[in-house]
Ligand binder design. Structure first.
Ligand code: ZN
Length: 141
């Protein structure tokens, strides 16, 4: 594990990143509104996730949503990468709170589409959305 990679990802950098970009700020506010309404934790885990994923969202027994971000996953070793993971997971978090089944291909597509919006700073084009579906959903191992 390369701990040098943790340099830029101080919590302050991560927080600043979320606060400074319109897409991540909107995602942060959505998550906060869900938390105000029904509780639920966003936990930064300084370890690798059990699934190998960069982040996970699940529903607790009391119905609240929980998000774990695995900060030592290589996708999260920069503030921007961790923000991108947060934005992806915020889609699951928010839609799970609204009662949608979050483990579906459609939900995964929507989360990647939101991540792409952050990456590009604009809505992805038709071809870019098609590429998300093909690369991230259909051809995902
Ligand atoms: Zn996802």
């Amino acid at each position: 594990m390369d701990l040098d990679g943790l340099g830029p990802i101080s919590l302050r950098n991560f927080g600043n990143h979320l606060g400074q970009h319109p897409v991540s700020y909107a995602a942060l506010r959505q998550v906060q509104r869900v938390q105000e309404r029904m509780g639920g934790c966003v936990t930064l885990q300084f370890g690798d996730g059990p699934s190998g994923l960069a982040g996970e969202v699940g529903k607790a027994i009391d119905g609240s949503m929980e998000m774990d971000l695995y900060m030592l996953n290589r996708a999260n070793l920069s503030a921007e990468g961790a923000a991108s993971t947060f934005i992806h997971e915020s889609s699951h978090y928010m839609r799970g709170a609204r009662g949608f089944e979050i483990g579906t291909q459609v939900e995964e597509y929507m989360a990647f589409r939101r991540e792409k919006l952050f990456e590009l700073g604009r809505r992805p084009s038709f071809d870019e959305r098609k590429a998300i579906w093909t690369d991230k959903i259909l051809n995902d191992p």
